[in-house]
Design a protein around this ligand. Structure first.
Ligand SMILES: CC(C)(COP(=O)(O)OP(=O)(O)OC[C@H]1O[C@@H](n2cnc3c(N)ncnc32)[C@H](O)[C@@H]1OP(=O)(O)O)[C@@H](O)C(=O)NCCC(=O)NCCS
Length: 181
């Protein structure tokens, strides 16, 4: 766990040189399951949105590290939708996978499902897309490997990720122009 802490000593443990050959999207697949307990809920008994967002960020970050095999940082989280509430006792499962990679950034798709363990009932409660950026040992943006989309679902997610990236860039440009007046 301490290897994720940012200290000066990380420089030796996170080398600058990484293998940049293309990697299958599926190789980044990550699953985290957590039972919701009293510390995760508000006074009304609903799980905090922030609890789910933290799990999403964690699962997405692990997928990004698995793909890049280097330290990464969350650059953005978008398209996060909460579809239904989560309650104490629910088993939350978060699945993540890298959809597409560019020069130094990667889009990670995340899906959150809930199972009511007593009944076996399960359904999706949230989904999100996040952008992570690979970092070198000095904390600067650094190259990440391309993604090989091998299945029809992976190719669809890769194509959609490219569209979302275009939209992010257009939006950023428009906001920068508006800020300049
Ligand atoms: C993310 C970060 C490393 C980018 O650094 P930067 O100097 O802006 O780097 P660049 O301008 O070279 O951009 C690097 C890449 O990040 C992408 N990027 C930067 N900001 C982004 C944003 N807000 N949304 C999506 N992508 C972004 C760029 O498109 C670029 O992608 P590409 O190389 O694949 O084309 C820097 O902004 C940072 O450290 N932010 C803080 C991250 C953090 O602490 N997260 C945890 C928050 S608690």
């Amino acid at each position: 766990m301490d290897r994720f802490f940012r200290t000066r000593d990380d420089r030796e443990r996170f080398p600058d040189e990484v293998d940049l050959s293309p990697r299958p999207a599926s190789q980044s697949h990550t699953t985290i399951s957590v039972v919701m307990e009293i510390e995760h809920v508000n006074n009304a008994g609903y799980v905090h949105g922030g609890t789910i967002m933290r799990l999403v960020d964690t699962a997405a970050g692990i997928a990004a590290i698995k793909h890049a095999r280097r330290r990464v940082v969350t650059a953005a989280m978008d398209d996060m939708s909460f579809l239904s509430p989560v309650f104490i006792g629910d088993l939350v499962t978060v699945q993540s996978m890298v959809n597409e990679a560019h020069r130094t950034s990667m889009e990670v798709g995340v899906r959150v499902d809930v199972e009511t363990v007593l009944t076996g009932e399960h359904h999706r409660v949230a989904s999100a897309h996040l952008v992570f950026v690979g970092l070198d040992a000095e904390g600067r943006a650094a190259a990440v490997p391309p993604v090989l989309a091998e299945s029809d679902a992976e190719r669809r997610r890769q194509a959609q990720a490219r569209v979302r990236r275009e939209h992010r860039l257009v939006r950023k440009q428009a906001l920068d122009e508006a800020a300049r007046g």
